[in-house]
Design a protein around this ligand. Sequence first.
Ligand code: NAD
Length: 252
Amino acid sequence: MPISFDLTGKTAIVTGANTGLGQAISVALAQAGADVALVGRSSMAETEAAVSAAGGRSLAIQADLSTLEPVDRVISETVAWTGRADILVNNAGIIRRADAIDFTEADWDAVMDVNLKTVFFLSQAFARRLITEGKGGKIVNIASLLSFQGGIRIPSYTASKSGLAGLTRLLACEWAGKGINVNAIAPGYFSTNNTEALRNDPDRNAAILSRIPAGHWGQPEELGGAAVFLASPASDYVHGVVLPVDGGWLAR
Ligand code: NAD
């Protein structure tokens, strides 16, 4: 059988799709043929227009993922739209910066809730549906270099993304036999809202750039290929990996 990256006839759910990496992933999946449910708490207008310009179809689902309230609704609204849900990209995430010595409980809980707790329960709801239907599917978690490294001044973010790498492996072990691939992408330093503070700090910006072998901050479109690969039949035997897309940062 020829290797296929084709997502025609599949429905993908992408969280945090209104901007940044989530927007680029949504467009890439649409270019590969998927219908895309765009999930987030802000207007999806920009991403809807980009998906449409790429020749794709999308549905905006309003959801604040800091609580579990929208978990079942995200799946049911998607299925009400196309009759199916084949791919889940857990991209929504937040970061809070402060020295560990001063870090607050509020900043700990806020980050863990969005980056880890909701990711788990949304994945569970998605997998329950697939397993009930006896169908396979794809889960792609957006991890981080902080799934491998410590970083500084982002204790809850590092804990959440390191936890997400572990969760990716656990879910892969439990669900691979049911035809569900669970993998993650670890983006390097990409130019989005998430990294604006770093890019605005001349010292941090120069230090980061000097360590990236590719010599530039990642542009969101540069993540699309990895997302399509892990969402497509081409990765059917790939389970539990955390794939760095980092311009060579971790190789350094
Ligand atoms: P971003 O801030 O532009 O996007 C984050 C997205 O998450 C937004 O769409 C935002 O609306 C959504 N979101 C946050 N809290 C939410 C909530 N409570 N409910 C619903 N949606 C919510 O930043 P980004 O860089 O595009 O981040 C996307 C993912 O990539 C995150 O998980 C981030 O941790 C991860 N990441 C980014 C980088 C980078 O360099 N930019 C590197 C590694 C990992």
